[in-house]
Design a protein around this ligand. Structure first.
Ligand code: SAH
Length: 347
């Protein structure tokens, strides 16, 4: 157990066990909500802070920060207590600010185009660590005078596969949407999965108000298995059946992410095959021109070609858009920044 992972009642119990008066628990939880570590809780007696040091803090600190001069996107590299590094991104939109969080350090899914997975998964992130990313960003980029908070939306689309860290992710979602925590509406939160089908069904029951995105990236099993090893365990038919179950259970559309990889999944025939697959489903396709990762040897496509692919889908009456590019000047894509910095640190 760590301080950042404790619920309010666990904090109360722990403070009671220290023999501290009840109001101390409230002070401690107010600090923890702001991501402050025990030694910096200035309104507590020093002896109490020393006592608290017996339990690890369990939060993160900002290790490096990059601001895109182009669009104001902020990329953070957080350092965890075990010195692991992990990324998070703050993106500014007209309707509010979205934070993209990681759920694991690295990833085990092995997608052929992704930098996060190149060295496998180091470990899962805990709910308290994910909460502390939010608190650190809020503190680093305080709200403007007309805003009550900086972060209005969250996407779990950083490094890692959220459904491969299921319990921690669901606990995090419960805490982040609760009145005790940051109290962000579930409707303003999205998670993205590569398609671990049984976990999708569980997730629909555990967190039906969270928006579900599925990384599809292909119109058929042949192409999908070539770029996403998970497809060999859960083929595209099963992924689409789970997506349909989500749409039917929630009445909300599923977002399919489709990274356009030059010469692999970007032809007119691919667009038509995709449209056939998705016909009649409550869904939206989010097209992303592949952000080429040096180690991966796969090609991207031009923005023009992405718009062309989008047009092919639209002509087939499939709702589709090309994702706005943000932070490409600061290693925006998953896992790229962490890799670059690790290389620099290790020479
Ligand atoms: N593991 C989850 C979430 C993490 S990645 C998932 O697979 O959905 C968020 C999105 O970025 C996914 O759709 C992922 O496939 C995509 N992605 C990863 N590397 C990329 C790259 N180099 N270019 C474009 N999209 C990429």
């Amino acid at each position: 157990m760590t301080w950042m992972d404790m619920t309010e009642s666990e904090i109360r119990e722990t403070m009671l066990s220290y023999g501290a008066p009840a109001f101390r628990a409230k002070q401690v939880s107010d600090w923890l909500k702001k991501g402050v570590r025990p030694e910096a809780m200035t309104n507590l007696p020093k002896s109490l802070r020393e006592h608290m040091a017996e339990i690890p803090f369990g939060g993160a600190r900002i290790f490096q920060k990059y601001v895109s001069p182009k669009d104001g996107t902020v990329k953070y590299l957080f350092a965890l207590e075990d010195e692991n590094l992990v990324e998070g991104v703050l993106m500014r939109y007209s309707y509010g600010n979205t934070v993209c969080l990681s759920t694991q350090i690295g990833c085990n899914m092995g997608c052929k185009f992704c930098a996060s997975t190149l060295n496998g998964c180091v470990r899962n992130l805990r709910p308290g660590e994910m909460l502390s990313f939010l608190a650190e960003i809020e503190r680093d980029e305080p709200p403007k005078p007309d805003q009550s908070r900086t972060i209005t939306n969250i996407v779990l689309m950083g490094s890692g596969e959220p459904l491969d860290n299921y319990d921690n992710v669901v606990t995090f979602l419960k805490r982040v949407t609760s009145m005790e925590g940051p109290n962000i509406s579930a409707r303003n939160i999205s998670i993205s999965t590569c398609g671990i089908v049984p976990k999708i069904y569980r997730f629909i029951e555990d967190a039906p108000h969270v928006t579900l995105s599925i990384s599809l990236h292909a119109p058929n099993n042949e192409i999908r298995s070539g770029v996403m090893p998970i497809n060999k365990a859960y083929p595209i038919e099963e992924v689409l059946a789970a997506a349909k179950a989500y749409a039917e259970r929630t009445g909300r559309r599923v977002v399919f992410e489709y990274a356009l990889i030059g010469g692999t999944n970007d032809s007119h025939a691919d667009a038509i095959a995709l449209a056939r697959r998705l016909r009649g489903m409550l869904c939206h396709v989010n097209l992303i021109p592949l952000n080429p990762v040096k180690e991966r040897g796969l090609m991207g496509v031009s923005r023009e070609h992405a718009y062309q692919f989008c047009e092919w889908l639209t002509q087939e009456h499939i709702s589709a858009t090309v994702r706005r590019e943000m932070g490409t000047d600061i290693d925006g894509a998953c896992g790229q920044l962490r890799r670059r910095v690790l290389h620099e640190l290790n020479g």
